[in-house]
Write a protein that binds this ligand. Structure first.
Ligand code: NAP
Length: 258
């Protein structure tokens, strides 16, 4: 089957969907025929609406997408998100792409407990909360299966200067992914994690240009990544083209740190 329409009307929930990688994932899944529930940080409902309106589906009209605000680090907020999505679409999402994430970089010797906990709260606890809520909803609905995709980071494998909090959270996401894959396989739910390298987004805009240039020079494929590079892999993992893949970590790094 060609890529157009290969998601055949499946409902996808994408967190962090108003920006960077999440925004590209929304566009790619919509292009592949999914209906997309775009979940963004509460404070960015406007961005979410713009993203949902900008998506092109198959067929393009009427727009099958909708936007919702959430704080993924808050259990009540995530519960409310799933309730709103199910009320709007009449079913739980069978595809989840967890892109919500933050950095609060500081060297270990100066890193305070608060930014450590904040980064774990969004990147790791947030991924757990949304994953659990989606899995519970799918199992309760007796759905035939699903595909959960976490966005980790290659930094979770190799560590990074100034990112002890972020690396710990992303390493945790990998362990979470593999445990979910083992527990949810009997429900036909697959769970995989993509590990981007350095991708040009608002998140990496905070990294000093000198550091980015250094990393770009280390990438065997000779360039930093584009959000589309990650979105393409998420679309593959969301689709039946990856139906025998679960518990996998897929690096999207241009070969960096291989
Ligand atoms: P981004 O443009 O900053 O996107 C992150 C998104 O997460 C934003 O839309 C942000 O909303 C949202 N978010 C933050 N806190 C949230 C919360 N508590 N609840 C709900 N949403 C929240 O960064 P990105 O580069 O696309 O990152 C997407 C994912 O890829 C992240 O998990 C990141 O760790 C991962 N990643 C990125 C790279 C890279 O090089 N860019 C590399 C490896 C992994 P606001 O903008 O409103 O705060």
């Amino acid at each position: 089957m060609g890529s157009a329409g290969r998601l055949g009307g499946a409902l996808a929930l994408v967190t962090g969907g108003a920006s960077g990688i999440g925004r590209a994932v929304c566009a790619r899944l919509a292009r592949d025929g999914a209906r997309v529930a775009v979940a963004v940080a509460d404070r960015d409902e406007v961005g979410a609406g713009d993203t949902a309106r900008g998506l092109r589906g198959h067929p393009p009209t009427p727009p099958p997408h909708a936007a919702f605000g959430v704080d993924v680090a808050s259990a009540p907020s995530v519960t409310q998100l799933l309730a709103r999505v199910q009320e709007h679409f009449g079913a739980p999402p069978s595809i989840l792409v967890g892109c919500a994430g933050i950095t609060r970089d500081e060297f270990l010797l100066r890193l305070q407990e608060a930014p450590f906990r904040e980064v774990l709260g969004v990147n790791l606890t947030g991924t757990f909360l949304v994953t659990q809520a989606v899995a519970q909803a799918l199992v309760a609905a007796g759905a035939p299966g699903g595909s959960i995709i976490h966005v980790g980071s290659v930094v979770g494998k190799v560590g990074n200067l100034g990112q002890a909090n972020y690396a710990a959270a992303k390493a945790g996401v990998e362990g979470l992914t593999r445990s979910c894959a083992k527990e949810l396989a009997r429900f036909g739910i697959r769970c995989n994690v993509v590990l981007p390298g350095f991708i040009v987004t608002p998140m990496t805009a905070k990294v000093p240009p000198k550091v980015l240039e250094k990393f770009a020079g280390m990438v065997p494929l000779g360039r930093l990544g584009d959000p589309q590079d990650v979105a393409d892999v998420c679309a593959f993992l969301a689709s039946e083209d990856s139906s025998y893949i679960t518990g996998a970590s897929v690096e999207v790094t241009g070969g960096l740190f291989m």
